[in-house]
Design a protein around this ligand. Structure first.
Ligand SMILES: [Mg+2]
Length: 341
């Protein structure tokens, strides 16, 4: 499953590149653009440190691996029944409360909605009902950790038949652990739909362009949501995404704060205006503000598209606890291979 590793490493490298300059404005970035792995800054961490984004991605993959071990591998495996959301949320709680899935044994850079969702779970709430449903609960905290489900859906679809309701429902449910508002769910759904196109392009060597892949993913997700009454009221927030014109917007029109729509738009804009992994993630970091998360979100798709060999190897080797990251990625990869081989 070649592109699991390239996608996940693309995300973690993006997170680590952005972390030291998180919260800092675009104007300041323009005066001092990031061109290489830095350290210290926002959380005073050494170079190669990764944050909540990567921790929750690793926690998700570990939970999905456990789910696959427990799943009944019969002929009629249903997607939603195969995923143990309680297991994933237990991992999120272990991250926040016990420092599991972190570089240095404690959690840092914790988003508000994520903390609230885990708090509800710790107080007895069912995992998929733990996320906030307020309009202000639409940060990018679920979008940044959603990519593993795209791999899970794509590869299990090689053996089992899942319809779009199941596929998009899995993205929505995984978002809902911390972000249950429909806007966050749709942002995750669109991103996963695009990621599925990227993964297929890699696996089937289709050699489609970034424009074609992103357009296909957006078009399919638009068709999906337009037919669902329960999501209709939220769709106008995605007008710029659905218009397929993000690439042509000026940099000033692209926001890079912590709002899920901004991060989705920024990641599409960075991908379509750059031609390799390095330039794509650096463009995301140099938008300023929520630098680690924007670069993490764009880095996942960039990693899948350009491949592991296009991610600078010195950036990968600089990552904290690299062997630990590889162990979790490899286990996820192996559990998927066991099912579909
Ligand atoms: Mg972070």
């Amino acid at each position: 499953m070649g592109c699991i590793k390239s996608g996940i490493m693309g995300q973690i490298v993006g997170d680590a590149l952005g972390l030291p300059v998180q919260f800092i404005s675009r104007d300041e970035r323009d005066l001092d653009p990031v061109t290489d792995m830095r350290g210290y800054g926002a959380f005073d961490m050494p170079p190669g440190s990764w944050s909540d984004d990567s921790s929750l991605i690793l926690a998700t993959m570990d939970g999905l691996s456990e789910s696959l071990k427990m799943a009944n591998h019969e002929e009629n495996l249903r997607l939603h029944e195969s995923i143990d959301y309680e297991m994933i949320m237990k991992n999120f709680s272990a991250w926040l409360n016990e420092g599991e899935f972190t570089p240095y044994g404690y959690a840092y850079d914790i988003g508000g909605a994520t903390m609230d969702g885990i708090g509800r779970y710790d107080n007895g709430c069912e995992a998929i009902l733990s996320g906030g449903i307020g309009e202000r609960d639409n940060g990018n905290g679920s979008l940044m950790r959603i990519l593993p489900i795209a791999f899970y859906i794509y590869y299990l679809s090689q053996r089992y038949l899942f319809d779009d309701v199941e596929k998009m429902g899995a993205a929505h449910d995984l978002s809902s652990l911390t972000h249950r508002h429909k806007r966050s769910q749709i942002a995750c759904g669109i991103y996963v739909r695009i990621a599925l196109e990227f993964i297929e392009n890699h696996e089937k060597e289709l050699n489609l362009t970034l424009e074609e892949l992103i357009e296909n993913g957006i078009r399919k997700s638009k068709e999906y949501y337009q037919n669902l009454n329960s999501f209709k009221g939220e769709l106008h927030h995605f007008d710029r995404v659905f218009s397929l014109n993000i690439q042509n917007l000026s940099r000033d029109e692209i926001k890079s704060g912590g709002y899920c729509i901004s991060s989705l738009e920024a990641s599409i804009w960075c991908l379509l205006n750059n031609a390799n992994y390095k330039d794509t993630v650096l463009a995301a970091v140099n938008l300023g503000y929520d630098t680690d998360t924007t670069a993490c979100i764009v880095g996942g798709l960039g990693g899948i598209y350009y491949g592991l060999e296009d991610i600078p190897s010195d950036w990968i080797e600089e990552l904290a606890k690299l062997d630990y990251i590889y162990d979790i990625v490899n286990e996820f990869d192996n559990e998927i291979s066991e099912i579909i081989d």
